[in-house]
Every structure is written in structure tokens, then in C-alpha cells.
Ligand binder design. Structure first.
Ligand code: SF4
Ligand code: SF4
Length: 323
């Protein structure tokens, strides 16, 4: 085990994730890779309590133009139906427009994860116009419709700037039926507990956003928080780690394993190194356990390759899962 692997929680007395899979006669191996996820860096205007990447304003890791070129060259060579740009806050990356303009013609679905506030602060770049032109699917974090709950996770004043940005996105057609501009929201619980059902939560979010602020969106995704990074530190400090991991392990649902996103996703970090998913990136588990750079990859990652797993993987298989 290398030093970085300790970033995934280690708990005495709990069954290891890999042993749980074996006990259920399940394997976690790669299928045809259909999504390339690009983490543009750890710089973020927020410093959320649940951030598995420990991103924030004090971080300086940002994707360089040279790494972008290597990713673009790879995406020209190997076709990914979905390309998903994430961070940190991608809006803070100086060459984001360059990356979007070159990747958009290479994929059917170009997605960008936004925390809304960074988009709000990047007014001068006309990013909304850029997203509209390339029909970029926006996936916005919006953890709760209750201001106190949202701001406990994300910081004071974040509710107001998030709502202002959602209003502007709706005005630009995002989230409005028939516009062809998709706006999805992502939520997660504020503490050491598992999320409620997705369908019910989506209905509540749609009702609350429409009634309180006249806002619309397409779909809501709701996930358990990952016991990694800042959320892991919070669990440790608040003495909640043991009970949270017990909830995750007790909630293990073997039916989720077939649909786990790591089977079909390749994650590339801001420095060009590859991972099976963004959580393994945070945990420091390289792609299939072998350090590999995007410049060394001339094809899709091989089908049948074992996926690197750790105890944090329980957050993907609890309840209805993280697929
Ligand atoms: S959770 Fe997202 S918005 Fe919050 S600090 Fe991390 S990267 Fe930034
Ligand atoms: S964290 Fe989730 S997506 Fe990543 S390897 Fe583990 S099970 Fe797969």
C-alpha cells in the first residue's frame, strides 16, 4: 500500500470492500469506457465541508494548456460519447473556453459541473454564451432548498448567489422544457447520514424551487457524501466516522455493483494522470492500481481490467447507489 492509499478510511473490525464483493461473488472490472471525466484543478471559490477533493481558494493546482492539448489529442484519437468537465471550479481555469471549443465537436454530450457561485463571479468571460453555443449540459451543485442547510455545507451568502445564477441560467433557456439546454442539480445530505430517495427528493426540489423562486431545472441527482478529503476530516473530528461507515456498510446493495460508473468512466486529473473515477483520484488510487499518464494512452482502457477499490467505495453501493 502506498502512502496515498491511506486517504481512504481504514476501519478496524469492518469487512473490507473488496472482501464484501468476493463474499457476494461480485467482481468490479472495466467495460467499454464511454465517459471521459476531466478534473481541471483544485482551485475553487468555495471551501465546502463535504468536499472529497479538499478544493478551495487556497489551492493552486490548475490544468495547463499543455495538459489540455494532450487530453484533446487523446479525445480526437479515442471517441467518448460523453465528456464531463469538473473541478474544483472549472470556471476559474483561464483556458476553459479553449478546452470547451475543442472538445465540443468530439463528443455527443459535453457536460460541465458548476458550483454556480464561480459562474456568478466569472461574469466578464461570457461563459453562459459559450455553454449555450456548444449545448453544454450543466450539472450544478445545489445541496438543499433550505438556506441554513445549504450554507452550513457551502458557506454564508452562497444561497443568494446560487439562486441569482439559477435565475440567469433559466433566463438563458437552461432547465426550460423545449430549449435543448439541460440544467441538472446535484444534492447531498448535510451530515453523517444517507440521502433519501431520489424520486421523492426531485419532486420536493422542483416544488420548492418553483414555489419560492420561480426556478426550473431538469433532473436532480442525490448522492451520499464520500468519506474522503474534507468530509472524512469532519467525520473524524466530530467522532462520526465509525457510525457513518457502519451506515454505508450496512446499506451495501449488491444490485448497484453492475451499474457503477467506474466500469465505463475514465477520470483524468489536472496534471494528466489517470484514475478509475474522481473519488479514486481524491483517494490517490491510480487507474487499475498503475500510475499512467494520458499521453501514454493510445486506446480505451482495456475491458476486463480490475478497478482499484477502497473502503470509500461503500458510499457508491449504499442504498440505491452512486452510478
Ligand atoms: S464541493 Fe465543489 S464547490 Fe465545494 S469546495 Fe469542493 S469543488 Fe468547490
Ligand atoms: S469510488 Fe465508486 S466509482 Fe470509484 S471505484 Fe469505488 S465504487 Fe467505483
Amino acid at each position: 500500500m502506498n502512502e496515498q492509499q491511506t486517504k481512504s478510511p481504514q476501519l478496524a473490525g469492518s469487512q473490507r470492500f473488496i472482501d464484501r464483493l468476493a463474499e457476494q461473488q461480485l467482481t468490479l472490472t472495466r467495460e467499454q469506457t464511454t465517459t471521459l471525466q476531466i478534473n481541471t484543478g483544485l482551485l475553487c471559490d468555495l471551501c465546502c465541508r463535504h468536499c472529497h477533493l479538499e478544493a478551495g481558494p487556497q489551492r493552486s493546482e490548475l490544468m495547463s494548456r499543455a495538459t489540455m492539448e494532450q487530453i484533446i489529442a487523446h479525445a480526437r484519437q479515442v471517441h467518448y460519447p460523453t465528456i464531463d468537465i469538473t473541478g474544483g471550479a472549472p470556471e476559474l481555469v483561464p483556458d476553459l473556453a479553449y478546452l470547451i471549443e475543442r472538445l465540443a465537436p468530439l463528443t455527443e454530450r459535453l457536460m460541465l459541473r458548476t458550483n454556480l457561485t464561480a459562474l456568478h463571479r466569472s461574469d466578464n468571460k461570457d461563459l453562459i454564451g459559450l455553454f449555450q453555443r456548444h449545448k453544454v449540459v450543466l450539472v450544478a451543485s445545489f445541496p438543499a432548498t433550505n438556506a441554513a442547510q445549504l450554507e452550513a455545507q457551502r458557506g454564508v451568502g452562497v444561497m443568494d448567489s446560487s439562486l441569482q445564477m439559477l435565475k440567469r441560467l433559466n433566463a438563458a433557456g437552461y432547465g426550460i422544457a423545449g430549449s435543448g439546454l439541460q440544467l441538472d442539480l446535484v444534492a447531498s445530505p448535510s451530515g453523517a447520514f444517507l440521502p433519501s430517495g431520489q424520486e421523492q427528493a426531485e419532486k420536493k426540489f422542483k416544488r420548492d424551487l418553483a414555489r419560492k423562486w420561480g426556478l426550473e431545472f431538469n433532473q436532480l441527482y442525490i448522492f451520499a457524501n464520500m468519506p474522503l478529503g474534507r468530509f472524512l476530516h469532519w467525520l473524524q473530528k466530530s467522532d462520526n466516522l465509525q457510525s457513518y461507515m457502519e451506515k454505508l456498510t450496512a446499506g451495501f446493495n449488491p444490485c448497484t455493483v453492475d451499474g457503477l460508473m467506474c466500469r465505463t468512466l475514465l477520470s483524468v486529473n489536472w496534471d494528466g494522470y489517470l484514475y478509475d473515477c474522481d473519488f479514486n483520484l481524491a483517494a490517490g488510487f491510480p487507474l487499475a492500481g498503475v500510475t499512467t499518464h494520458i499521453s501514454e494512452l493510445n486506446d480505451y482502457p482495456e475491458k476486463g481490467m480490475a478497478i482499484a477499490v477502497g473502503e470509500h467505495c461503500y458510499a457508491c453501493t449504499a442504498g440505491s447507489g452512486f452510478t
